[in-house]
Design a protein around this ligand. Sequence first.
Ligand SMILES: [Fe+2]
Ligand SMILES: [Fe+2]
Length: 166
Amino acid sequence: MTEHVDPVAPRPRTVQGLLAREHALLRRHLRQLRYIAETMMKEQPLALRDRLDAVLSFLHDDTLPHMEMEETIIYAAVDRLPNGPHSGQAMALDHQAIRALVHEVDRLTSAQTSKKTAAKLQGALFALEAVTRLHIDKEERLYTPLLNQLSPRVRAAIRAELRERS
Ligand SMILES: [Fe+2]
Ligand SMILES: [Fe+2]
């Protein structure tokens, strides 16, 4: 799986291609999130805020809808295949943990700045990055390889959802 996303490259046509593109963009933001967490204690508050806002916008506008679509379409459809991983519930629990961490980061970024809040925010950023990275690695091992076994109707529904956002 490549992590390189060329903004002027033609949009992928397959479900796998579209999902790979979304994960590649997410990984790029996760690297940024980790960088923010590592450097935030010596960063100027306004610069930190700008960097965090960019990542949080991506998480809210792209990652949360991406997870919603996986829970409503992909996991169930892949789990119905005879060789499906039957891990949809566990994957949805990962999503729940990711959502909770996004909301925790939202809360801490709008809280009064203090050393204690900054330390909590740093912890939440590291946790969010690690949990999300592990989750998409898992998804690509368990679910992505089976997407081409889905019926054309289901794949068309997934493509339509993914294209709406890209
Ligand atoms: Fe997911
Ligand atoms: Fe995903």
